[in-house]
Design a protein around this ligand. Structure first.
Ligand code: HPA
Ligand code: ZN
Length: 326
């Protein structure tokens, strides 16, 4: 089965570039940028990656990305992910990035998008992997900060395919960003939003993402399995779900926990499987995540093929390009 998974042509839609920043690269970038990190070595840094929920994860993730300062840092980050992805037979990837965090440190938007874009072009030439970029709003920062990031990015919108919404959901419902999403859609960008599992007002957030933000996809979204009405709405809109089983594979419920991938398959929802933040999740990239998901959700080979077909159908590409992949 592991060989079948490794050899299967794959696509990935839910991966945060800053979440692919491996400990080795963090040390290398810190050295290059004259920063000192409070860890003796790579092993000690990895041992500090201990979290038990979304906020405790995010604290580690945001702290880690402080070494990203120059255009070439973003180049190296994106290039390393794309090389790894290509080595796992991922043919196409759409990658999130969190520019507000970099703008806060004084890094210009041009350096962030410029470095990533250069890496995408080189990786396509070197490894054949195609990719696009999704700007995420950091929902626990202010609405003004998100709008400033969007305005800074729109002049470079030819390098973006869409916008997303990530970070801490508590007190930060999708509706807070309705104006941002409307502006992004008016600029021709696609839209998606995180509705992580088991968060505050989680079903309300899924509804707002669909109705107020008019998303094309939902990132995670496992709690939808608790609402037949929202399942019907998602099917009417033909929405795709980018599930990351490492972090959000199970929904808490009163009886048994619900397995998200199995539940979505059984409900006929368009489920895809993704790695999220592999550098912080045991360095498990898509192949390893799929191996784990196969066992956890008892997936057959036919179901794995269906999941990867869903993935290529979820891609924000022209129908011409899609035909080429399918
Ligand atoms: N959820 C929310 N925000 C994030 C995540 C995630 O899984 N990864 C990086 N930012
Ligand atoms: Zn995510």
């Amino acid at each position: 089965m592991a060989r079948f998974i490794a050899e299967m042509p794959k696509a990935e839609f839910h991966v945060h570039l800053e979440g692919t920043l491996e400990a080795e690269m963090k040390f290398a970038l810190a050295r290059r940028n004259g920063l000192t990190l409070p860890y003796a070595d790579v092993a000690a840094m990895r041992r500090s990656y201990v979290y038990h929920d979304l906020p405790s994860f995010l604290a580690i993730y945001y702290d880690g990305m402080k070494v990203l300062l120059q255009e070439e840092d973003f180049y190296d980050l994106a290039h390393a992910y794309l090389a790894k992805a290509a080595s796992q037979n991922i043919l196409y990837a759409e990658m999130f990035f969190d520019p507000q965090e970099h703008l806060k440190r004084g890094v210009p938007m041009e350096a962030v998008i410029g470095g990533i874009t250069r890496a995408r072009a080189d990786a396509e030439k070197q490894f054949g992997i195609q990719s696009q970029l999704i700007l995420c709003f950091v929902r626990d920062l202010s609405a003004e900060s998100a709008m400033a990031a969007l305005d800074a990015a729109l002049p470079m919108k030819q390098h973006l395919v869409g916008v997303g919404l990530d970070s801490d959901e508590k007190g930060n419902p999708p509706a807070k960003f309705a104006a941002h999403f409307a502006k992004a859609r008016a600029a021709g960008l696609k839209v998606t939003a995180h509705c992580d599992v088991n968060q505050e007002n989680t079903l309300d957030h899924i509804r707002q993402a669909i109705v107020d933000l008019k998303v094309d996809r939902i990132d995670h979204g496992g709690n939808i399995l608790q609402s037949p009405e929202l399942i019907a709405l998602a099917k009417r809109r033909d929405l795709f779900f980018t599930v990351c089983p490492t972090f959000s594979g199970r929904v808490k419920s009163e009886g048994q926990p619900i397995d998200v991938v199995r539940g979505m398959l059984d409900q006929g929802l368009n489920v895809t499987i993704n790695s999220d933040d592999p550098a912080y999740m045991g360095s498990e990239y898509l192949n390893e995540v799929l191996v784990r998901a196969q066992a956890q959700s008892a997936l057959t080979q036919q179901e794995l093929v269906r999941i990867e077909r869903n993935a290529f159908n979820a891609a924000w590409i022209s129908e011409e390009r899609r035909k080429h992949f399918l």
